[in-house]
Design a protein around this ligand. Sequence first.
Ligand SMILES: NC(=O)c1ccc[n+]([C@@H]2O[C@H](COP(=O)([O-])OP(=O)(O)OC[C@H]3O[C@@H](n4cnc5c(N)ncnc54)[C@H](OP(=O)(O)O)[C@@H]3O)[C@@H](O)[C@H]2O)c1
Length: 279
Amino acid sequence: MAAKIIDGKEIAARIRADIKKRVSKLNVKPGLAVVLVGKDPASRVYVDSKEKSCKEAGIYSEKYVLDETIDEMELFNVVEKLNQSRKIHGILVQLPLPKHINEQLVIDAILPYKDVDGFSAVNAGNMLMGNNTIIPATPKGVMKLIESTGVNIEGKHAVVVGRSNIVGKPVALLLQQKNATVTMCHSKSKPLAKYTKEADILVVAAGKPKLITGSMVKKGAIVIDVGTNKVDGKLVGDVDFDSVKKVAGYITPVPGGVGPMTIACLLDNTLECVKLMPK
Ligand SMILES: NC(=O)c1ccc[n+]([C@@H]2O[C@H](COP(=O)([O-])OP(=O)(O)OC[C@H]3O[C@@H](n4cnc5c(N)ncnc54)[C@H](OP(=O)(O)O)[C@@H]3O)[C@@H](O)[C@H]2O)c1
């Protein structure tokens, strides 16, 4: 039987509707600032869609588009101004930044309670320790997609392909916190299929088009495809959807899976930042 499609677009729309309701009941208007450095077209698209989603949810937004030659100190000054703003609860610096800027230093300059992406060393450390903190939007979205299947995560074998700080590592940690047994794979995990075939839950975030094919997947597995790759002008995931859907129990499409959840969870995180802001 073909896998059930996990409809990220629909789940994200429900989350966004709920956020809109929650925003209307608040006595402050949540504010999100997005900082974009340079002219990367993909980043520009992400930033514009974040701005549009804020508007739809009733969240105030500010957008800063800075020249790619900006020096680190000027960028720190922008972040510091936003740290001080009472109108802004969450600050997002769109990655990647130009090579001459130290990304982690800039992210760590954001006040931890305004670090809406949860990428700062403080928030990542809190997450590692299982403390209440801001969970990065994409991993948070991945967990919601897995939970939407109704399958109990506890005791399952989860395999995460990719170990980046922004996707692979936090996803692995969140799955482990839900009592899955987690295997993390990366470019040196050979042969990859040996690991992926053992997965009850398979999350793929490698940035390699169609890396995972049907023969690499366990029958009935939940397969979450985080990958977004442009091939011949078309968006494709890291999972070969057509062959994997014949084997898996559940699968996310690309587009329409993880992508919409990232934006919905970013808005959700902005409301988390409102709660964390000192009164
Ligand atoms: N939909 C969304 O909202 C969203 C959000 C974020 C990212 N993404 C997408 O998710 C993908 C991953 O993003 P990222 O930022 O985590 O990427 P990244 O920083 O480039 O990390 C990729 C990871 O995949 C591993 N990898 C690469 N080739 C592999 C292979 N052949 N076999 C096994 N592992 C392999 C790498 O291993 P090593 O560590 O050994 O190099 C690395 O850990 C990208 O396509 C990105 O566009 C989507």
